[in-house]
Design a protein around this ligand. Structure first.
Ligand code: FDM
Ligand code: MG
Length: 181
């Protein structure tokens, strides 16, 4: 019985480029689930509120320079530090989580810088397994850029988003979900 507070909530991950409509879809999905009687919450990564998240945020706004390997590991650490909260206080108490960006983006964005997939995936091993990964991975980077309203953060550039888009497609082709989780 999905409505029982004894059953675990689902972990739903939304992936896609900036401007792919993730943010509006994720809040609509939360309202929809709540309307059906399932407790649901919206989460997003990076979570900029932690000290790791603040380091990420400074780097994204170009106020700090970090080696690309280092920022990759910080994004992953930011998911690790929230893992038990998400698992024990949310999913296991019956709350369904709709999460805007998770391991997929970690691998897509860093491999777009030229790192190999295996290196990028390694620190994600053991993080929460999604029940569902959704997203419009087919939206063209050009179209996404029109809707994205890029605000000048580090990765908000069309040429880079094109590379990220290709990496998302390779991940899909490699059915990474199955391998990783
Ligand atoms: N991003 C996000 C990464 O490069 N790796 C990750 O693991 C995650 C979760 O950070 F450009 C990128 C994606 C985006 C940026 O996103 C911050 P927000 O949604 O603007 O906070
Ligand atoms: Mg952004």
């Amino acid at each position: 019985n999905g409505h029982s507070s004894e059953s675990r909530g689902a972990l739903i991950i939304l992936e896609g480029l900036d401007g792919s409509g993730k943010s509006s879809q994720s809040s609509r999905l939360v309202s929809y689930l709540e309307g059906l009687g399932f407790p649901a919450e919206l989460w997003r990564f990076p979570d900029r509120n932690t000290s790791v998240g603040q380091m990420i945020s400074l780097n994204l706004s170009n106020k700090s320079q970090l080696d690309d390997h280092t920022i990759h590991l910080l994004f992953s650490a930011n998911r690790w530090e929230k893992r038990s909260v998400l698992l024990f206080y949310k999913l296991k108490s019956g709350i369904t989580l709709v999460v805007d960006w998770y391991s997929y983006s970690g691998v897509a964005f860093s491999s777009a810088k030229g790192f190999d997939f295996e290196w990028c995936k390694a620190p994600e091993q053991g993080l929460l397994a999604p029940d569902l990964v959704k997203g419009d991975l087919d939206i063209s980077p050009e179209k996404a850029a029109e809707r994205g309203g890029y605000g000048g953060e580090r990765y908000e550039q069309l040429d880079f988003q094109r590379k990220v888009s290709q990496q998302y497609k390779s991940l899909e082709d490699a059915s990474w979900k199955v391998i990783l989780f």
